[in-house]
Write a protein that binds this ligand. Structure first.
Ligand SMILES: [Zn+2]
Length: 312
């Protein structure tokens, strides 16, 4: 095999304004035959952390050192990223609920279909997500297929959850592709730390799969697998005052502890209180001390600590 880094603009469709929608796909072809790893960033447009992690990985991985092939799509949903919006503004759809998509459908359906074509034949897949515009998060999904990837990635909390219907990983798992979802950073907090962890974690995954040379680093000794993870969504909008914010992610909190209060932004009336639902609750997504929320937003996320078992 000839070592190479190729960049391809893969056409998706032409928009009403005449702009051609394309996906930039990097292929790092290694020096020897081996597995095919695919990485997506920016499936959700309000998660630029994932896109940036994948963009930096393109530069961080030396094709000459790779066994097999690494295919990277830094920006899987370009118009959603441009709008910093979770969904595609053009049709309002959530790309990660749209797989396998439809080549004859709307923009998001066509994006999903093209991304499925890129995934087809892969052995491994990593999908890089994060908190949205106002929240940071810190965990990775773990599935039977690809469990070694999740452990090697290095997050302390691994969630053994079923992929959402229509998600990229849901599609990949039913097509024999081992995969993991990274949920790291977001919301503008501790950016360099989360980017470094995404990069280092991914290189450690590639070493674990023997797609890069070198001894992988052992996962953290306190890494746990949890069976239940809940999003605490305020049922009302307002000003969210967090008592357990971004700096408390990873902490174990007693059941019933007040995590955040939603107050009316003008009258100060306390509209809702979000409390820790589990004994203990492990905080995995947090916000700054004051943020604005809409009804049903990702307020906070907690794992059920009583379901936590050591990953090792
Ligand atoms: Zn996401």
């Amino acid at each position: 095999m000839t070592t190479a880094h190729t960049v391809e603009q893969v056409p998706v469709t032409t928009l009403a304004n005449g702009h051609r929608l394309e996906l930039t796909v990097h292929t790092l072809r290694g020096a020897s035959e081996g597995p095919r790893m695919v990485m997506f960033g920016g499936v959700h447009g309000d998660e630029p952390m994932g896109a940036e992690t994948v963009r930096r990985l393109v530069a961080a991985i030396d094709p000459a050192a790779v066994r097999g092939t690494v295919v990277l799509v830094p920006v899987a949903n370009p118009y959603a990223l441009a709008a910093l919006n979770r969904n595609t503004p053009l049709d309002g759809m959530n790309l990660n609920r749209t797989f396998p998509g439809d080549r004859g459908g709307s923009v998001t359906e066509q994006l999903a279909a093209v991304l499925c074509e890129i995934l087809t034949g892969a052995d491994y897949f990593i999908d890089y997500h994060s908190g949205g515009n106002l929240a940071s998060v810190d965990y990775a999904y773990i599935h039977d297929e690809g469990a070694e990837m999740s452990k090697a990635y290095g997050c302390r909390v691994l969630y053994a959850g079923t992929p959402y219907p229509g998600s990229a990983t849901g599609w990949a798992l039913t097509h024999g592709i081992a995969c993991m979802v990274s949920e790291l950073g977001g919301g503008g907090q501790r950016i360099d730390e989360y980017l470094a962890r995404g990069l280092d974690g991914t290189l450690n995954v590639l070493r674990t799969l023997k797609m890069l040379p070198g001894e992988p680093v052992a996962p953290p000794a306190d890494q746990v697998i949890v069976g239940t993870l809940s999003t605490l969504r305020p049922t009302v909008g307002g000003t969210m005052l967090c008592e357990y914010g971004v700096d408390r992610i990873g902490e174990r909190v007693a059941k019933g502890t007040v995590l955040a209060r939603i107050v009316h932004p003008a009258t100060s009336e306390e509209l809702e209180v979000l409390t820790a639902p589990y004994e203990p609750s492990i905080l995995v997504l947090g916000r700054e001390s004051m943020t604005s929320v809409a009804p049903g937003d990702y307020g906070l996320m907690v794992a059920d600590g009583s379901t936590a078992t050591p990953a090792a």
